[in-house]
Design a protein around this ligand. Structure first.
Ligand code: DC
Length: 229
């Protein structure tokens, strides 16, 4: 995936996958800032399709309608506050099962990885390392136990003023894991060459340090390899 960037250096493309609320979004944003890379939250694309379906009164299980919405996706929905809500998350996880929806969003993601950001890009999602960018320079698979993830999501939603209980959030996390891991099309699983990062016991700073070690080792190996040729 490394190729010449516009300023003469090599592009760095990082794929970050993992289940809902594992902390990959926060981590991906920090890594993008640290390495000067563009960032794409690919879950937001699926959420936008889900939200558009709900707003149009369409059933997220309707594959044909969802594909059409994905093809003509209204990107202004990416800034909609409702995008982060539980309903949009559930609808996202349903529309994400449709192969036509995944196909419609694939090109946008690959174009972003290839062109956004002068130095490269970080994409986070469920199938970035396995399907969207199988040649990414560094792949991270970020996990945490369902309870830890539900606690983080619960606190985030309460912080946004949402009226939810912990049990509701835990049930939603489990249901979403089940759907994301067991769908036939691009199920959530680590790529064979992904580095596993379990954040159950790590705060964001520790997770950030661990991820940087992996990426810096990659950059060092690449620089070392170049020096020898
Ligand atoms: O990361 P998130 O919670 O915003 O993702 C919402 C849903 O979108 C998630 O349940 C599965 C789907 N998704 C996907 O199938 N592939 C991706 N690359 C990103 C998200």
């Amino acid at each position: 995936m490394s190729k010449e960037s516009t300023h003469g250096g090599e592009r760095l493309v990082i794929a970050i996958d993992g289940p809902a609320a594992a902390g990959k979004g926060t981590l991906a944003r920090r890594l993008a800032k640290h390495y000067g890379l563009a960032f794409l939250d690919t879950g937001a694309l699926y959420r936008a399709v889900g939200l558009a379906m709900l707003r149009a009164g369409l059933d997220p299980d309707d594959a044909e309608a969802a594909e059409k919405v994905a093809r003509d996706l209204d990107l202004s929905l990416l800034d909609d506050p409702a995008l982060r809500g539980i309903k949009a998350g559930e609808a996202a996880s349903k529309v994400a099962r449709h192969p036509g929806v995944r196909k419609a969003l694939l090109r946008f993601q690959r174009d972003f990885a290839a062109h956004a950001g002068e130095r490269g890009a970080v994409l986070d999602g469920r199938d970035i390392g396995t399907v969207v960018l199988p040649d990414a320079d560094v792949k991270l698979f970020v996990t945490a136990s369902p309870e830890v993830r539900a606690k983080r999501r619960f606190e985030e939603l309460r912080g946004l003023g949402r009226d939810v209980t912990f049990d509701e959030v835990l049930a939603a996390v489990r249901e979403r894991d089940e759907r994301d891991m067991n769908r036939t099309e691009a199920p959530l699983r680590p790529a064979a060459d992904a580095h596993l990062l379990d954040t159950s016991e790590l705060d964001i700073c520790a997770a950030f340090r661990a991820a940087r070690e992996i990426i810096d080792a990659h950059l060092k190996a690449k620089a070392g390899g170049r020096a020898c040729t």
